[in-house]
Design a protein around this ligand. Structure first.
Ligand code: G1P
Length: 291
C-alpha cells in the first residue's frame, strides 16, 4: 500500500518571479486556492495518508496553510460564518497528516527526495512535484491508476506524457520498446534527464509523479551530481532500473506546469471554467472578451 508521498517544495521558483519573490510559488492562487492544494488533494484522493513536505525556511506559509489557524477559526465561529469555517478546516481529512523536513542546500530533486529518507523508512512511496497540476475528468485519477499498477506488479511507476520533440531537453525522458497506450504501463529500458534535442530515446517525458521503492534512497546516496550539477532523481531511477523492473505509466489526463507563467494562466482558465460556483460567470467573462 502506498500511504506516504513526498512533495519537494524547497525550490525558489525563479521561473515565477516576481510573484515568487516573497511568497512560495506553490502558494500562488489558482482560482481560489493555492496551487499546492490541488496536488495534495490529488494525493489524498489516491489514498495517501502522510504528506511529507521537503521544504525551505522561506516556505513556512505552506506548512501554515495545512495547519489549523485557531484565531481565524474562532473569529469565523463567533461571526457565524460557518461555510467559511468548514472551507478552512476541511482542507484535509482528519486521517491525513502533514510532516515537514528541510532541504538545507539546493542540490537537486534527488537530494530533496533523499532528505525524507528517515520519514519514509522501508515503505514504497509516491513523489509528486507540485509545479505540475494533473487534471483528470474520469472518476479514477492517473495517480490512483498508477498506484493500482504498482500494487499489481510491484514495479516502480513513472508517469509520462508525450511532448513535442523540440521540448525533450526540458524533461526526464524514458526509453521504451513501444509507447504504452494512455492508462497503461510498460517496462522501461532506460531514462535520461534533459537529453540534448536529437538524442532523446523517445518523446515520453516524466511528468512529476513517481511510485518508488524505499531502496531508491540508498541509490540516491550513491548518485553523483548529474544534469545541472544537481543530484538527479532520474539518475537514481536509471540505476534502479538495472536491477529491477521500472515501468513508464502513460497518463490519460492533462498537465499544467504552474512553475511557468503561461502554464499557470492555462491552469487558471481550465480550473476557473469548471469551478462549481464561479465557472458560469467566468465563462461569460471570457465570452465578453470576444477574442
Ligand atoms: C524535474 C525532473 C524531470 C521532470 C520534470 C517535470 O525537472 O528532474 O525529470 O521531467 O521535473 O516537471 P525540473 O523541472 O525540476 O527541472
Amino acid at each position: 500500500m502506498i500511504k506516504k508521498a513526498i512533495f519537494p517544495v524547497a525550490g525558489l521558483g525563479t521561473r515565477f518571479l516576481p510573484a515568487s519573490k516573497s511568497i512560495p510559488k506553490e502558494m500562488v492562487t489558482v482560482v481560489d486556492r493555492p496551487a499546492i492544494e490541488y496536488v495534495v488533494k490529488e494525493a489524498v484522493a489516491a489514498g495517501i495518508e502522510q504528506i511529507i513536505l521537503v521544504t525551505h525556511s522561506s516556505k513556512a506559509s505552506i506548512e501554515n496553510y495545512f495547519d489549523r489557524n485557531f484565531e481565524l477559526e474562532t473569529i469565523l465561529e463567533n461571526k457565524k460564518k460557518f461555510d467559511l469555517l468548514t472551507e478552512i478546516t476541511e482542507i484535509l481529512p482528519k486521517h491525513v497528516s502533514v510532516v515537514s523536513v528541510r532541504q538545507p542546500q539546493p542540490l537537486g530533486l534527488g537530494h530533496a527526495v533523499l532528505c525524507a529518507k528517515a520519514v519514509i523508512g522501508d515503505e514504497p512511496f509516491a513523489v509528486l512535484l507540485p509545479d505540475v497540476l494533473v487534471k483528470n475528468n474520469d472518476q479514477e485519477s492517473d495517480l490512483a491508476l498508477m498506484i493500482d499498477h504498482y500494487n499489481q506488479t510491484q514495479a516502480s511507476q513513472i508517469m509520462v506524457e508525450a511532448v513535442p520533440d523540440h521540448l525533450v531537453d526540458q524533461y526526464g525522458i524514458v526509453d521504451v520498446a513501444q509507447s504504452p497506450s494512455e492508462g497503461e504501463s510498460v517496462v522501461m529500458r532506460g531514462i535520461v534527464e534533459k537529453p540534448v534535442i536529437g538524442t532523446a530515446p523517445s518523446n515520453l517525458s516524466v511528468v512529476g509523479r513517481y511510485i518508488l521503492p524505499a531502496k531508491i534512497m540508498q541509490l540516491l546516496e550513491e548518485t553523483p551530481r548529474g544534469a545541472g550539477n544537481e543530484i538527479q532523481l532520474t539518475d537514481a531511477i536509471a540505476t534502479l532500473q538495472k536491477s529491477e523492473k521500472v515501468e513508464a505509466y502513460r497518463m490519460k489526463g492533462q498537465t499544467f506546469d504552474c512553475g511557468s507563467k503561461i502554464g499557470y494562466l492555462k491552469a487558471v482558465l481550465h480550473y476557473g471554467i469548471q469551478h462549481p460556483q464561479l465557472g458560469g460567470q467566468f465563462k461569460q467573462l471570457i465570452k465578453e472578451l470576444n477574442l
